[in-house]
Ligand binder design. Structure first.
Ligand code: QVW
Ligand code: ZN
Length: 334
């Protein structure tokens, strides 16, 4: 994109003291796109018509009119962060009483008119909202029509070429300006298609695990970084000083490939109006055990070790001490 066309400026980005490179942008017909995807490297894909049918029409009025009568999942936050948590892990054997966890956001169900009215009436200082709803068969016929016109050949080609598993879901995201999805990774391949407004996406490769301090696997914030990017605690998280990542800003027509197990922090630009995104989540392909293993495969191994230790120890409090006893002075330098 040339500077003249840019519809945002750097004053709309939040400030983080992190070393970041630019994620490369390539036209969808450029062979470099598939080169990057085949290596599990992020790439911003331009010029595709993946969700063009939505770009042409989807705005708040149109979606309010046509999404239909069912209810939508909307998260409410007292601040700009919407840190995901797994409700099933609040009450579980690792935390039988559901204590010691304060959900940072509230999950609400509301009809689309209620949501759109709240967006319209929103003033600085009010609670923030973020609609995150899997597209399903309850949407109205106009939305179904737009959805069927997505470029399904484009995504099927990516799935087949790169041996991804099945499409698991398309999630619709309607965000207020300034909302942030804090840094986390997913266990799925993601084609992230921007429809309205601009989002800044900061990505880190799976080998940055130690710098990002993920919550324990049994914790409701599993897969989320414990580091607060707004105010990092370098005493608790000293290696965050060494973090290196890459970033891009996606706008209408752009599709960002977020590789499986890559960390991502996503923010709707400040003072940029609401944003609309649809993602395409795919299962990973068959695991290919070629050595040396890839970084994301090691993350998967660590997850399994954590799960197994909880299974046999029963008490999450015992996991750390056991790992320390096993490692310190035996698998570490003095
Ligand atoms: C965003 C994301 C999304 C990021 C939100 C998921 C809850 C993903 O698509 O647009 O805010 O993380 O993987
Ligand atoms: Zn994600």
């Amino acid at each position: 994109m040339s500077e003249e066309q840019k519809s945002w400026d750097s004053s709309q980005l939040r400030n983080y003291d992190i070393e970041l490179e630019q994620i490369p942008r390539y036209h969808f017909q450029d062979p470099k796109v598939d080169e990057r995807i085949s290596k599990n490297q992020p790439v911003l894909i331009t010029g595709s018509k993946l969700v063009k049918s939505a770009e042409e029409k989807w705005n708040l009025d149109y979606l309010g009119k046509h999404l239909g009568k069912s209810t939508y999942t909307v998260f409410l936050s007292k601040n700009h962060n919407f840190k995901y948590f797994d409700e099933k892990k609040i009450y579980s054997k690792s935390n039988p009483k559901g204590i010691e966890f304060k959900p940072p956001t509230q999950r609400l169900e509301m009809n689309i008119h209620e949501f759109m009215k709240k967006l319209k009436d929103w003033k600085k200082g009010d609670d923030r909202l973020y609609l995150q709803q899997t597209l399903n068969s309850t949407v109205g016929p106009s939305i179904v029509e737009d959805y069927l016109k997505f470029d399904w050949h484009f995504v099927a080609d990516k799935k087949n070429k790169h041996m991804w598993g099945e499409l698991t879901s398309n999630v619709l995201f309607i965000s207020m300006e300034g909302n942030v999805t804090p840094c986390h990774y997913d266990e799925q391949q993601n084609l992230f298609a921007q429809i309205l407004g601009y989002k800044r996406c900061i990505l880190f490769p799976p080998d940055q695990f130690e710098c990002l301090y993920p919550h324990p696997v049994y914790h409701p914030h599993d897969r989320q970084s414990m580091v607060n990017f707004d105010n990092p605690n370098f005493t608790k998280h000293p290696k965050f000083k060494n973090i290196k990542g890459c970033e891009t800003v996606v706008g209408p027509g752009d599709v960002l490939y977020i590789p499986i197990y890559w960390w991502h922090h996503i923010e709707s630009l400040l003072h940029g109006g609401p944003t609309i995104t649809v993602n395409f989540w795919y299962k990973g392909g068959p695991t290919n055990l070629q050595y040396p293993l890839q970084d994301h495969q090691k993350v998967s191994i660590m997850r399994n070790v954590e799960k197994m230790l909880l299974e046999v120890l029963q008490d999450p409090q015992e996991i750390g001490p056991l790992l320390r006893a096993m490692v310190l002075g035996r698998y570490t330098d003095p």
